[in-house]
Design a protein around this ligand. Structure first.
Ligand SMILES: Cc1cc2nc3c(=O)[nH]c(=O)nc-3n(C[C@H](O)[C@H](O)[C@H](O)COP(=O)(O)OP(=O)(O)OC[C@H]3O[C@@H](n4cnc5c(N)ncnc54)[C@H](O)[C@@H]3O)c2cc1C
Length: 486
């Protein structure tokens, strides 16, 4: 038996993108907010550095934030979107403050930024934002929340979205909605090594792709240069703000090598630092270090400092901390316009699963929380103005909750290894072609398409995402930004 639910607006995902969109639309529309784990299991919660927005107009300007964003993105960003997002920065900070998020007075400096402009709450910005948004959403009577409910596929007919199908407690649920917002986050779990949480399996993008909704920029997977060297996923991120606070990258001989690769040195944009570290790692371990025994760092970055101590016994203030680049952020995704509208009617995408054109070939640090918040505001405005009654329709749903377990762990690992080795930091034409063949052959090993549970859905989606990335990378040919090909 399939359970049916009707709602005005369906929002899928409970990171900054989903929560803020739901909160803003929930002011005067009935919302159903669904998330596949508990509300707080998100990438948003892990954000450390903060949110980029020009605030100190004596030293900084919108034009400089725009220029930094374009330069980091290798100028294939959409300039109009860049301008709009940057200029909404102060409004977003004010909106977050109105939700009782109290930013520190200081602003962080991060790679690729020409000024200190990253608003933060110590090194736990994402956690504070997530917690405050959850509190506000829980208080709103218009928002019905479903946790541990997994979106499977879009309900669509003739390129009109009517909601989505879900898996909950071993049952299939259909939610019909006038408007549907995907805010399902990133794809990091497609790779063997990542900073991303276990929920980041690219579900929304895979669902959109299966329904033939347009995607773009899938080749631009950003590898963060400075994750803690540990063979455990997700890997601890060592925020770029540490370098902004004077930490340096060095090799085993103690040499500061970054200036050899770019005049901006340790604070170059991420794609450049990642490539440099990738090269240096061929010669030996690479490290991050504060050379002056900077004790204040424990107070300024309490979360990172405690996690390093707990995992390695090392002292962030003075020890050489081993680092490595890992998969971190998808710059592309579901193609949207400036109001979150996708190529399918009544379907929107917000946050990391969306490709708005802001990032181009490489995201500027701390522009993603800003982007997610800006497009939550803009999508909410659009939905509130345009939400119409989307006729309830009958769509045949051919899904069955899988009763047996399929032991797909080893297939998932296989996908992650293919992606890491052949569609990772450095790509070759041959490697990409082989990856596509190998991924395609895994398809035949999956259970029949109508059987579903969390394990099957995650594996199916990772495979879909892997193929989208590998095919986009193969089509790109020339290296640019996060896409590095020889
Ligand atoms: C370690 C780390 C540090 C970062 N630091 C920063 C930073 O300092 N500044 C910055 O700007 N950015 C940072 N980022 C990036 C930023 O955090 C993310 O891009 C942003 O939070 C994404 O928000 P989102 O709402 O799009 O997705 P998320 O916060 O990832 O939320 C996605 C939601 O969708 C749900 N979901 C997924 N699939 C389904 C499904 N099938 N059914 C139902 N629900 C589903 C998930 O459970 C989750 O609730 C960081 C990322 C990481 C991983």
């Amino acid at each position: 038996m399939i359970k049916n639910i009707q709602t005005d607006v369906l929002v899928i995902g409970s990171g900054i993108g989903g929560l803020l969109t739901a909160l803003l639309i929930g002011k005067n529309k009935k919302i159903t907010l669904v998330t596949k784990s508990s509300l707080s299991q998100t990438a948003t919660r892990l954000a450390q550095g903060g949110i980029a927005a020009v605030q100190n107009f004596k030293q900084d300007s919108f034009r400089e934030h725009e220029a930094d964003t374009m330069k980091a993105g290798h100028s294939i960003n959409k300039p109009k979107i860049v301008k709009e997002v940057v200029e909404m920065g102060p409004e977003i900070i004010a909106l977050l403050k109105s939700l009782h998020i109290h930013f520190d007075e200081s602003l962080h400096l991060e790679g690729g930024h020409s000024h200190h402009r990253v608003a933060h709450v110590k090194d736990m910005t994402g956690k504070i934002i997530e917690d405050k948004l959850i509190q506000a959403v829980r208080k709103n009577k218009n928002i019905q929340i479903y946790e541990h409910m997994l979106a499977i596929d879009l309900l669509s007919k003739s390129n009109i979205c009517h909601g989505a199908t879900f898996f909950k407690d071993n049952n299939i649920v259909a939610i019909q909605a006038n408007e549907t917002v995907l805010a399902t986050g990133g794809i990091g779990q497609a790779y063997l090594h990542t900073t991303n949480p276990s929920v980041a399996t690219g579900d929304g993008i895979a669902m959109a792709s299966r329904a033939e909704v347009g995607t773009e920029g899938m080749e631009f997977v950003q590898f963060h240069p400075t994750a803690l060297e540990e063979r455990k996923t997700p890997q601890l991120l060592l925020s770029e703000a540490l370098r902004g606070a004077d930490a340096h990258i060095l090799n085993a001989k103690g040499e500061h090598f970054m200036k050899k690769y770019d005049v901006r040195g340790d604070l170059s944009p991420r794609d450049i630092v990642t490539k440099a570290i990738f090269e240096e790692l061929k010669k030996g371990q690479v490290y991050l270090q504060f050379e002056m025994n900077k004790k204040s760092i424990h107070k300024d970055f309490p979360t990172i400092s405690a996690a390093i101590k707990q995992k390695t016994g090392l002292d962030l203030a003075k020890d050489m901390i081993p680092i490595t680049p890992v998969a971190h952020y998808l710059c592309g995704g579901i193609k949207t316009n400036s109001h979150g509208v996708t190529s399918m009617k009544h379907l929107y995408a917000v946050g990391e699963c969306a490709s708005t054109g802001l990032h181009g070939a490489n995201r500027l640090a701390s522009n993603s929380l800003l982007e997610a918040a800006v497009f939550a505001v803009k999508t909410a405005e659009f939905v509130l103005k345009n939400c119409t009654k989307n006729k309830a329709i009958k769509i045949a749903i051919q899904l069955t909750a899988a009763t047996q377990t399929y032991k797909l762990k080893s297939l998932r690992k296989k996908i992650q290894i293919i992606m890491w080795e052949k569609v990772g930091i450095l790509r070759t034409t041959e490697g990409l072609k082989t990856a596509i063949q190998e991924l395609a052959s895994i398809r035949n090993l999956l259970p029949p398409p109508h059987f579903i549970n969390r394990e099957i859905s995650d594996t199916k989606n990772l495979l879909e995402i892997g193929l989208l990335i590998a095919k986009a990378a193969l089509a790109r040919k020339k290296s640019i930004g996060c896409h590095w090909q020889v």
